[in-house]
Design a protein around this ligand. Structure first.
Ligand code: KIV
Ligand code: ZN
Length: 398
């Protein structure tokens, strides 16, 4: 693998879909998987087959229909889970078994009631068992970032020796900071003797709003696979947002000179499809895909934008396949923006007329947040009618 290649592992259909309000029917999962394939991701985690027969069928259907990316299925370190994933992935062109167990003392004691030694044994046995079924096995150490580092190194070494080809170390509860996570991956990769035999992966949750920053820092710590979801959906505050990672790496390739296979122009449609299927909208100011992400209302900003888009834009809506109608007219808009919107609507207003149109629109905007194109057209027509009634030549504005 090219050392600068960053694999994008999409878990919208697994970590994302398991969050409240985001569950999908099988046909909807397939529709979304097709769009995520068009987005160019390298791996699609299609579900958690042991969770229900419907989940297993959905993973199998996606593995049958979607041929380009690797299709992954999640399994706990239990034979029954691993068998179910192996069944679901049978039709895949390239399938990956993704098995996980928690490694932090807190999870081992409070949740799994296992000793560290039992955990290590179960992890190694499960990876070995999974490798009897496929060559592509990913191991995740749940709550890795709150685990004892010496113990975690032993687990990672053991599962690589048993055949794991990808090692994912999740920040399961979104507790890490970027500098800490970068150092964490550097340390683990330095201390595990067979670390060079596996691809390291980050899976960051957004409890402190740091998931994307943490994922990018992990890449700087040597990670070559990043797990993320469309719109950042996922357990609790969600996972790292795929669109933010992809565009950060694209816009700031001067600082992050990596290769990522994402088709940027498919970003907006992927986000919109997810919203249509789940009915869960993204916040208006969400980076990249929110409805205000490329909108400008303040007069100074609109004026700058009309003179040169680069004044207030570091990327363009068109780059991510979003419709571009950036000038939100409201009470902060300047005359220049109002004039431009009139021109866009085919209403060429003269300087004298513009003053009256502007004044009338701002009076409406005082009561309302946003002015629509209908408001603009009606106001221009009213101003023209008033000036015609006052005796101005009727064809002056034709
Ligand atoms: O957050 C997490 O730890 C996970 C693992 C199962 C990969 O989702
Ligand atoms: Zn997760």
């Amino acid at each position: 693998m090219d050392q600068q290649q960053i694999l994008i592992f999409d878990t919208t259909l697994r970590d994302g879909e398991q969050a409240p309000g985001f569950s999908l029917r099988t046909d909807e999962k397939l529709q979304l998987a097709r769009q995520i394939d068009a987005l160019g991701v390298d791996i699609i985690e299609a579900g958690f087959p042991i969770a229900s027969p419907a989940d297993a069928e959905a993973v199998r259907l996606i593995a049958t229909e979607i041929r380009r990316p690797i299709i992954a299925g999640l399994a706990r370190c239990h034979q029954a889970d691993l068998d179910r994933v192996a069944w679901a992935l049978e039709p895949a062109e390239r399938g990956r078994i993704h098995t996980f167990i928690a490694t932090s003392d807190l999870h081992l004691q409070a949740k799994l009631r296992l000793t560290r030694e039992e955990c290590l044994e179960r992890a190694v046995e499960s990876v070995w068992y999974a490798r009897q079924k496929t060559d592509d096995v990913q191991f995740s150490a749940e709550d890795a970032t709150r685990s004892d580092v010496d113990f975690l190194c032993r687990v990672v070494e053991g599962v690589i020796a048993a055949g794991a080809t990808t090692i994912n170390l999740p920040d399961t509860v979104g507790f890490s900071t970027p500098d800490e996570l970068r150092d964490f991956f550097v340390t683990i990769r330095e201390r595990v003797p067979n670390a060079d035999k596996a691809v390291f992966s980050a899976h960051c949750h957004d409890d402190l709003g740091l998931a994307v920053a943490n994922s990018l820092a992990a890449v700087q710590g040597g990670v070559r696979q990043v797990e993320c979801t469309v719109n950042g959906i996922g357990e609790r505050a969600g996972n790292a947002a795929l669109e933010e990672i992809a565009m950060a790496m694209h816009v700031r390739r001067d600082r992050m000179p990596y290769t990522v296979n994402i088709v940027h122009k498919q970003i907006f449609e992927s986000s919109a499809l997810l919203t249509r299927l789940t009915g869960e909208r993204v916040q208006a100011n969400k980076a990249i895909v929110g409805r205000n992400a490329f909108a400008h209302e303040a007069g100074i900003h609109q004026d700058g934008m009309l003179k040169d888009r680069r004044t207030y834009e570091i990327m363009r809506a068109e780059d991510v396949g979003a419709p571009w109608n950036p000038m939100v007219l409201g009470k902060h808009s300047g005359r220049h923006a109002v004039q431009q919107r009139c021109t866009d609507l085919g209403l060429d207003v003269e300087a004298g007329e513009l003053r009256d149109v502007y004044r009338a629109l701002m009076a409406i905007a005082d009561d309302r947040k946003v002015l629509t194109d209908t408001d603009v057209t009606e106001v221009v027509n009213d101003v023209r009618a008033a000036s015609a009634a006052a005796g101005a030549p009727s064809d002056a504005h034709a």
